[in-house]
Design a protein around this ligand. Structure first.
Ligand code: CP3
Length: 358
């Protein structure tokens, strides 16, 4: 299946961009950099634009979602936009009763815990994705030279919110369902995988040039549980997107023991959390996978010297990989000083790009 002839990824500026070159395993003239959660409360212009809307309302308003996507690109000059949305948006569009509570996170009116709950999950229609296509169209029209990354939450991480019903650090009910009723678990992950495929395809067909699958909480699983209970569903999502020919970035935190299995699920680029240095991740992956990461977000609140040292260390360690996209090891904390992120972009862009093998 081919993308339409007028898709942004066919334009020279986007195809040859530092981000897409690095995704292909090349070393572009300058190392690309963007930040997970670059849109959000750390930006005064975000707080002003979001003042009178809830999180999910802002995601479903195409003009506002486009504006919030563009804000960090304008301010920082990052090498990619990431679509302003949320991993819970496709569930909302399917008809799941979910809200995002400020300072808390996703909260469900009816957590999904039984076979009946899973069987009753609604279907995400293509028509419901209209506001997503509209928002993406607005972004790509206004941003002809910078690639837009589409994203979704991976089946495990999304399922953990569905089952727990609200944020929970250890996800006990999720583990319980996975082990006590593996068939029900498989059905739940298949449902999320279908929703993810529809959400990601809509973003790509409307103009996104790369995708990132966020499996933020999967690092808490053993390798065996990952291989048996999670990798098939993530693999289904990644393979479906591979058919569209866009690069697939796969990210989780605390995933050193899962990195190879997550790559083998069908990722082109691996995002690395704070548990590994990039040279160690590269070694685990056999030196053939482009890496994204992994400045510790905690350092952003530190001294200017500590920030500079962390950036230099990540650039050096990333020099071991076939290609490197600079990012944080997790999302931008909400109290981050935007000037620190602007400084990091300048540092990365000013640094001579590493040459593979040196
Ligand atoms: O800039 C970007 O990265 C794009 C937008 C984006 C958001 N959420 C917007 C958002 C992305 C990529 C996400 C992904 C997301 N959402 C993940 C995976 C990434 C990760 O951080 O691990 C997860 C687990 C969620 C679920 C979620 N949504 C949480 C845990 C929260 C935080 C709740 C809080 O208030 O602390 C959200 C809310 C959310 N998503 C905000 C933003 C900008 C903050 C909402 C606000 O401003 O009120």
């Amino acid at each position: 299946e081919a993308l339409p002839a007028d898709h942004p990824s066919h334009s020279g500026a986007i195809a040859d961009s530092a981000l897409l070159s690095a995704c292909r395993g090349e070393r572009p003239a300058r190392t690309p950099v963007w930040f997970m959660r670059q849109a959000g409360r750390s930006l005064p212009e975000y707080r002003a634009a979001r003042e009178s809307t809830t999180m999910l309302e802002s995601c479903l308003d195409p003009a506002l979602a486009a504006e919030l996507t563009l804000q960090p690109v304008r301010r920082y000059g990052v090498d990619a936009a990431i679509f302003y949305s949320d991993i819970m948006v496709p569930l909302k569009l399917a008809g799941v009763d979910v809200e995002i509570e400020p300072g808390v996170g996703p909260v469900l009116a009816h957590p999904v815990r039984s076979r009946d709950d899973i069987a009753a999950l609604p279907t995400l229609t293509d028509e419901a994705l209209t506001p997503i296509r509209e928002a993406i169209g607005r972004v790509t029209t206004q941003l002809p030279d910078v690639p837009l990354i589409g994203f979704a939450g991976a089946p495990f991480t999304v399922a953990s919110y569905l089952v727990e019903g609200r944020p929970n650090r250890t996800h006990p009910r999720t583990h319980e369902l996975m082990h006590d009723d593996p068939q029900a678990w498989e059905a739940l992950l298949e449902w999320v995988a279908e929703v993810d495929i529809a959400f990601l395809r809509a973003q790509v067909l409307a103009g996104a040039s790369a995708v990132q699958l966020f499996d933020s909480w999967v690092g808490e699983l053993s390798l065996v549980d990952y291989l048996v209970h999670v990798q098939p569903a993530s693999g289904r999502v990644l393979r479906a997107l591979g058919e569209l020919g866009v690069p697939r970035i796969h990210f989780g935190t605390g995933t050193g023991h899962l990195l190879v299995a997550m790559r083998d699920a069908g990722a082109d680029v691996m995002g690395v959390g704070a548990d590994l240095t990039l040279d160690a991740a590269n070694e685990l992956l056999g030196g053939r996978t482009p890496l994204q990461g992994n400045i510790d977000p905690a350092v952003l609140a530190g001294s200017p010297e500590a920030v500079d040292a962390a950036v230099a260390a990540v650039l050096t360690a990333g020099g071991a990989a076939p290609a490197h996209i600079v990012n944080l090891a997790h999302g931008v904390p909400k109290d981050t000083d935007p000037d620190v992120l602007a400084h990091i972009v300048d540092l990365v862009h000013g640094a001579p790009a590493a040459v593979k093998g040196h």
